[in-house]
Design a protein around this ligand. Sequence first.
Ligand code: UT7
Length: 334
Amino acid sequence: MQLKRAAITGIAGWVPENRLTNQDLEKMVDTNDEWIRTRTGINERRILNEKGKGTSDIAVPAVLDLLKKTNTAPEEVDLLICATSTPDMQFPATANVICDKIGIKNAFGYDINAACSGFLYSLVTASKFIETGTYKKIIVVGADKMSSIINYQDRTTCIIFGDGGGAVMLEPSKDDSGIYDSILESDGSGRHYLFQKSGGSVSPATPESVAAREHFVTQEGAHVFKAAVKNLSSSMDRVMKRNNLTSDDIAWFIPHQANLRIIKAAAAYIGLDEKKVAVNISKYGNTTNGTIPLCLWEWESKFKKGDNLILGAFGGGFTWGAVYLKWAYDAPNS
Ligand code: UT7
């Protein structure tokens, strides 16, 4: 069978208007702007605070913009995968909600939950449908409304996360661009360090679980930090080595935005100049599945056709990985 490489042919993103600044957080918990900036690199995050709105409401404007930018009719889409850790509801899949709200009628859709690595897992999963010739137009969404599972009384987590997301179009490559290689890995023993205790089948919601604030993110930050640096660096290094790439060959590194110090450590490990690293964590914080598509969206005008990109992520699970791709197009307005 002749395999066709899958290429990203468009990208769009969306964040809510409402900002939660470090100064706002100073009034909510025992923290300060200087600590947050120096320990994480974050200045502010966006929060979707309209009642009754969820992750699909972050994804829908991004997907609508993506369809417009790629000149695609909703009926032409074959599949929509939504990477999210904060689905609109436990079920059905948020992908189904997004398709319904937009009128994507001929596609099937499902969600992938791999915490902060979900967008990379979804991108690689989608690329296989393209490579085998099964489908021609796949939308991969990465979006989270993290504010729905954050305890705004816990200073160790509430300063990190924000809401936002984006979407890419994947199509068969017409040339030598597209996704070349990926390393995806996970280790379930890491689940004890970053998780949401209640709300799943082991501990369904009860008045007690709500009172104990168990429906929010719990994180042992320092442990996660060390595992993130080690595994993110290692997967990027290995994917580069097995494709004979040195840091000089890489035009851009697009990392998951969890902590500026993690990003810098991983870039230093592969010997990459900081100018080649896409960083927007100061504006949005950690939007979980949203970080990589939001970065691709903001950096789109800087990418040149043929640029070598490394995408890398680490998150709850633990899950992590790296993707090597050749960018497929010059941005329309670049
Ligand atoms: O995206 C998913 C994966 N997640 C990550 O990759 C996140 C990884 N972890 C981190 O980014 C960092 O560990 C944090 C930003 C969460 C914390 O930074 P840290 O440098 O690892 O701090 P720490 O947890 O070691 O805490 C150092 C001190 C502690 O005080 P003591 O015990 O030294 O007196 C904390 O209580 O900082 C204190 N602290 C704070 N102080 C002011 C923790 N949070 C805050 C805060 N403001 N918000």
